[in-house]
Each structure stands twice: as structure tokens, then as C-alpha cells.
Design a protein around this ligand. Structure first.
Ligand code: OGA
Ligand code: MN
Length: 292
């Protein structure tokens, strides 16, 4: 099911019928609405400071066919989403974080991608088109798929706070994010089907936020033969893979270009007119564990 669905949504000729996707807000037989968890004043305040709306304004959905797959429709305020776009584009791609550009010596270890794009026009085209991923905290090892203490750098506090507060607000979870992957998509990019099982603690929910152009997100089950659903994901939407869906197959067969306003001089929104970024946060260690 997964492969066939992936091929259907990836196809350019003929293009897929995008109305066959689940649009969480106007689908009531594929999704159930969830109420936010009741929060302490302190967490509710932190969420506001992190650039999110009060939880009473959140729209939270869970897929009936994929229990544990939760979507929060863009819970960010406009300045809040701008702040996270800025962090993802101009802060997180620099040291101590690692990226494919550093790996391929297109950037020196101390160089920040966004800063070099701004100041070195000769390198900009290559650096813009070749940016694929950035890793934070426990760095995901793309070959061994193993995390290690030797390959770990400081995990940004505000990011750990964001994951913690979102987890609390959805179901009272206490997620301690220790690793993150920031993915860069162009309009023709895809992410093939996979499961995220590198984390020793693979029961803690995985929390994922996206900005920029929209995407088709496929969610299947434990095997590639299980039923697969396609979800439309827009800028600011949060996806949580928890419970039964934490280890499910998923992927992104298509980026969908949408109407996208760019205010004068807004370099971040200007970049995201032709790109999508996805930041997914993972707890690596078990509760109370301090190292691998
Ligand atoms: C990942 C992932 C999904 C997305 O990086 O593991 O599944 O929405 N990303 O980009
Ligand atoms: Mn994944």
C-alpha cells in the first residue's frame, strides 16, 4: 500500500488528485478532534512566549485509521512562526550543528549557511540548492543510524522547551527532546518511506513542525503493506507520531506550491516561497537516563 500510494502522489504525469488527501479541518470521518490537555498557568505562559496561540484556540486532530498520529493545525502566531522560520534558516544551520554541506566540505565547520549565502554571492547558488539537512543535539548518523555520546553537541533550550510544551499540551506527555533533524525541501524534493527507529527510546512521541510550502505527508503502519493515508500539511502544522504510530512508515512524496505572501524585505519568507523546511524533534534517552 505504501509504495503504490507514494508513487500515486509523486507522479508528475498524470498529477494526483489532491482532493483525495485528508484535509484535517474538513474531514470528520477520517479524523477525531481532540481537546488540549489541561495545563498549568506556567506551561500556558511558556507556550505564548514560544510564539504559540493559547491552547484553547488549537485545532488538534487524530487519524482514526492511524491511532497516535496527531496533527495540530498551525498553532503558531504570525510573529511566532516568523521567529521559528528565522531560527531554522539563519541560526540552526550554523555551528555547533552539522549539515550535509559541512560533510561535503561545501561549508567549513565554523561557517553558517545563511550568513555565507548573504555575504558570498559566488557560493550562494550552490549552497542554496544543495542544502538538505541539519542535525542538532545527538547527531543522526545517516549510515550507521546510531546515536553516540561522541557525536553530540548542545541542544538548543528553546527547542527542547517547544517539544516539551507541545507534548504537555496535547496529552500531558513529558517529552525531553535531545536530537533534531532539520530537512530542506525544494519544490521537486521528496522523502521516501521510512520508519524512525534509531532512538533507543522509541516510545516517546516524535514532534515535527514544518514551514513554507505545503506537502503531502503519507502515514502507513508497521509494515509497507499496511493501509496508507495521505495528509495535507501546511506551513506551521505540527505532526506528532506517538503510540501505535510512533514506528509507522511515513514519507513525503510531494511538495505543493501554494499562494505565499512575502512582505517587503522578508528574506525568510522569500526563501520559503520555493522551499519547505521540516524540523523533527526526538527524545533519545529513557526518562531519567543521562547518557547513552
Ligand atoms: C524525517 C521525516 C517528515 C517531513 O525527517 O524523518 O519524516 O514532514 N520528515 O518532512
Ligand atoms: Mn521520519
Amino acid at each position: 500500500m505504501f509504495k503504490k500510494t507514494f508513487k500515486y502522489y509523486k507522479s508528475r504525469c498524470p498529477p494526483p488528485d489532491l482532493n483525495t488527501m485528508i484535509h484535517v479541518n474538513d474531514s470528520n470521518y477520517e479524523v477525531v478532534r481532540r481537546s488540549p490537555f489541561s495545563l498549568s498557568k506556567e506551561i500556558e505562559k511558556q507556550l505564548i512566549e514560544l510564539g504559540l496561540l493559547p491552547t484553547c484556540e488549537w485545532n488538534i486532530f487524530e487519524l482514526k485509521l492511524h491511532p497516535g498520529l496527531i496533527v495540530i493545525q498551525n498553532p503558531f502566531t504570525k510573529p511566532g512562526s516568523h521567529l521559528w522560520m528565522q531560527r531554522c534558516l539563519s541560526e540552526y544551520p550554523g555551528p555547533p550543528n552539522k549539515s550535509n554541506l559541512h560533510n561535503h566540505n561545501l561549508l567549513l565547520p565554523h561557517e553558517n549557511w545563511w550568513h555565507i549565502c548573504k555575504t558570498d554571492p559566488a557560493r550562494k547558488a550552490v549552497l542554496t540548492s544543495k542544502q538538505r539537512w541539519v542535525t542538532l543535539g545527538y547527531h543522526h548518523d545517516w549510515d550507521s543510524k546510531l546515536y553516540s555520546e561522541e557525536n553530540k553537541t548542545h541542544f538548543p533550550e528553546e527547542l527542547a522547551q517547544l517539544a516539551y510544551c507541545i507534548g504537555k499540551a496535547v496529552a500531558g506527555w513529558e517529552v525531553i527532546a535531545q536530537a533534531a533533524i532539520l530537512n530542506f525541501y525544494r519544490l521537486d524534493s521528496t522523502l521516501s518511506g521510512h520508519t524512525d527507529h534509531s532512538e533507543p527510546n522509541n516510545t516517546a512521541p516524535l514532534i515535527s513542525i514544518s514551514f513554507g510550502q505545503s506537502a503531502v505527508f503519507l502515514i502507513g503502519g508497521k509494515t509497507i503493506d499496511d493501509p496508507t493515508s495521505a495528509l495535507l500539511i501546511n506551513s506551521g502544522d505540527v505532526i506528532i507520531m506517538s503510540g501505535e504510530s510512533r514506528l509507522s512508515y511515513h514519507g513525503v512524496p510531494r511538495i505543493i506550491s501554494v499562494d505565499w505572501e512575502v512582505d517587503d524585505g522578508d528574506e525568510y519568507r522569500s526563501f520559503l516561497k520555493e522551499a519547505r523546511i521540516n524540523l523533527n524533534m526526538r527524545q533519545v534517552l529513557f526518562q531519567g537516563q543521562t547518557s547513552l
